[in-house]
Ligand binder design. Structure first.
Ligand code: ITT
Length: 195
């Protein structure tokens, strides 16, 4: 098994990324496994910049192959907001309250288009690689479902007629923005042996 350190303190990301990468013979280590607390200032202006910041930070300290994920939700009606600020937007509110606020603001809005975006940065042997996944959906009318994390209960997939939080973990990991980015990463491993 090849080992990669995940530069993230989000346990949900760890679960999803491990499930997607384990069939490729990759074991994902968490920051806890290497005694890290996971505090990095994410002051980039794009998903790529923030994923690079996280990956480089831990590469300097551990010299292991590092993978980092920076992701978020872009809502068309808000001009793409909260985007890179998805984790920090309205941080005094719980996710449930944030979602209620969004649904309330958008209750009569017709343009409900939204995107989940994930940028995966990978560093090995001093080389930096990047992969991006983008999933189109709609902001649901109601909060629905218990699975997943973050904004999954309001992200509606027309193809499934369900929110992502109503999908099984397995189904989410076959369609998500994170899966789409990691698929490119796995293709690169197969073609170019980057690990
Ligand atoms: P790390 O930086 O430590 O990886 P984080 O949760 O702070 O953890 P981000 O800065 O990348 O990660 O913020 C991502 C936020 O975007 C996340 O907290 C959710 O609010 C949202 N998000 C990203 N992917 C999501 C997904 O698959 N489902 C629901 N919400 C998601």
């Amino acid at each position: 098994m090849k080992e990669i350190l995940l530069a993230s303190s989000n346990a949900h990301k760890k679960e999803e990324i491990s499930a997607i990468l384990s069939p490729f013979g990759i074991k994902v280590l968490s920051l806890k496994d290497v005694g890290e607390k996971g505090e990095v200032r994410e002051n980039g202006h794009s998903f790529k910049e923030n994923a690079d910041i996280k990956a480089l930070h831990y590469y300097k300290r551990h010299k292991l192959p590092i993978i980092a994920d920076d992701s978020g939700i872009e809502i068309s009606y808000f001009g793409g907001y909260p985007g890179v600020l998805s984790a920090r937007f309205m941080s005094h509110l719980s996710y449930r309250e944030k979602m209620e606020l969004i649904l309330d603001i958008m209750k009569d809005v017709k343009d409900r288009k939204a995107y989940f975006v994930a940028h995966i940065s990978f560093i090995n042997d001093g080389k930096l690689y990047g992969y991006e996944g983008r999933l189109e959906g709609e902001i649901a009318k109601k909060i629905k479902g218990e699975n997943g994390f973050g904004y999954d209960p309001i992200f509606y997939l027309i193809e499934y007629q369900k929110t992502i939080a109503e999908l099984s973990d397995e189904d989410k990991n076959h369609v998500s923005h994170r899966y789409l980015a990691l698929k490119e990463f796995c293709d690169d491993i197969k073609k170019n042996h980057i690990i």
